[in-house]
Design a protein around this ligand. Sequence first.
Ligand SMILES: C=CC1=C(C)c2cc3[nH]c(cc4nc(cc5[nH]c(cc1n2)c(C)c5CCC(=O)O)C(CCC(=O)O)=C4C)c(C)c3C=C
Ligand SMILES: [Fe+2]
Ligand SMILES: [Fe+2]
Length: 345
Amino acid sequence: MTSVVPVESAKPAAQSALPRVGVLLINLGTPDTADAPGVRVYLKEFLSDARVIEDQGLLWKLVLNGIILRSRPRTKALDYRKIWNNERNESPLKTITRSQADKLAVALSDRGHVVVDWAMRYGNPSIKAGIDALIAKGCERILAVPLYPQYSASTSATVCDEVFRVLARLRNQPTLRVTPPYYEDATYIEALATSIETHLASLPFKPELIVASFHGMPKSYVDKGDPYQQHCIATTQALRRRLGMDETKLLLTFQSRFGNDEWLQPYTDKTMERLAKDGVRRIAVVTPGFSADCLETLEEIAQENAEIFKHNGGEQFSAIPCLNNSEPGMDVIRALVLRELQGWI
Ligand SMILES: C=CC1=C(C)c2cc3[nH]c(cc4nc(cc5[nH]c(cc1n2)c(C)c5CCC(=O)O)C(CCC(=O)O)=C4C)c(C)c3C=C
Ligand SMILES: [Fe+2]
Ligand SMILES: [Fe+2]
């Protein structure tokens, strides 16, 4: 008589272990090449996203294709070239995000069933490539980690949109979790404070004040309910408390204005001009909203805004590096990931 083997007993032993978990670190994205064609492809994808430019009507399409994509790629390519990582032929944002993923993988290496990868919302490696790679490695569960301390629809939500779009095409979907914003997590505030203190101690001058510059966004997005500005304020207030500084010693500003609408104020560039004209001679600038140095910090802050400050009478300007793959920076990512993996590891 042939005996029927129960289906369960046919499973290999490994299947009884914890299901494999994929962790996908995701940042904004960056061009593949520091030339006009590369920047054009990147900007077209970025600026065609209705989470970034909410009014994607006919007028915007005409402006984007007829004006912006004809001129901006050339000027921005020159900016990208000033900060490009020529050794790897890629932008610093990519180099740093890869390194953050590599270091997180080492930190989690005692948990054999966790796999770490990284992706970009725009450009490469894409979120689809990242999810496909994790699934190919056998991950049944995925933790998506948008690397934005402060939530905004134009950054965090569009990451989720893209993750959901990728999963929507799958029959056998992995289970999904997404990390929340971490704008006032103790580890994050402590890491920022430590990095500021370490940087200040290394300077040959003592700044009279520090400017905390966050990426801006159109004011209308906040008026419609985006909590981004509140998150930036909460981060800055927590940092002030930790550093024992008031709003005259740690200023909050918004950078990277784009287009003609009103954006969140005070503007970083106008503040640089005002401070210098008011007689401030030595400042440091920290960019807490960026988890990795990029065009907006290395070029816009460290070069353009330094120039504005000095042109108006300022003497000493120092840009404090982002948390990047530093020890305190990795503490933030590791703590966030470990907390959100609870129950899976
Ligand atoms: C309406 C336009 C934009 C919104 C809203 C916006 C929000 C936003 N962006 C970041 C982080 C980054 N942005 C970066 C570059 C960048 N941002 C915009 C426009 C908006 N951003 C543009 C057009 C560009 C490209 C450069 C340029 O043409 O000026 C980057 C740098 C990428 C790199 O390659 O280094 C980052 C990072 C946040 C956090 C944010 C939230 C409000
Ligand atoms: Fe941006
Ligand atoms: Fe910029």
